[in-house]
Design a protein around this ligand. Structure first.
Ligand code: SF4
Ligand code: SF4
Length: 179
């Protein structure tokens, strides 16, 4: 009996053993690591997920007034590191695993946020949402939001260092003068 006839016989005796996918779908098993989904409202633009991503599927582009996070599913390993590091639960693995497409653009997600400029030198240094988040956390911890604190957080790291360095130098000079 030829091979094809053997197979036909087995098929007729056993009946169909496969599912009629994609018409007939199997629900994903619990805990399946599917494509990560970004919550556009929750993301503050800290960039932690892009730093943690081992596959370079998440990348950040910083321009004058904008901060852009790009997620390319074509590179994603579904490892979940982005979800682990996100401080705002703004990126989470879903149970979606069907990513096949003939259009590359279907595999790309882009989130754009506004950046703020340093009140000292004018250089763009962080996103507005990061600044607002920092202010809210400080306010909650200290029971208020002082002008001094606003002056400090609206400075870029370089200007902050310079300002603190000058303040320390002044304090040192004063202490020496008094002694
Ligand atoms: S699941 Fe892993 S590979 Fe995919 S975007 Fe997140 S960190 Fe990168
Ligand atoms: S870690 Fe979370 S909050 Fe930070 S950029 Fe990524 S998704 Fe946004």
């Amino acid at each position: 009996m030829s091979g094809i006839l053997k197979l036909l016989k087995i098929g007729l005796v056993r009946g169909r053993v496969t599912r009629r996918y994609p018409a007939e779908r199997t629900p994903p098993p619990e805990g399946l690591r599917g494509r990560p989904v970004l919550d556009f409202d929750a993301c503050i633009g800290c960039g932690g997920c892009a730093t943690a991503c081992p596959a370079n599927a998440l990348t950040v582009e910083e321009a004058e007034g904008t901060w852009t996070l790009r997620l390319f599913y074509g590179r994603c390993l579904m490892c979940g590191l982005c979800e682990e590091v996100c401080p705002k639960d703004a990126i989470r693995l879903s149970d979606e695993y069907e990513l096949a497409t003939t259009n590359r653009e279907d595999l790309e997600v882009e989130l754009q946020l506004r950046r703020v400029a340093c009140s000292g030198c004018g250089k763009y240094f962080t996103t507005r949402r990061v600044l607002e988040e920092t202010a809210a956390e400080y306010s909650e911890l200290s029971g208020g939001y002082s002008d001094d604190f606003r002056d400090v957080i609206t400075l870029c790291p370089d200007c902050r260092r310079r300002k603190w360095g000058e303040a320390l130098a002044d304090a040192y000079r004063e202490a020496r003068y008094e002694s």
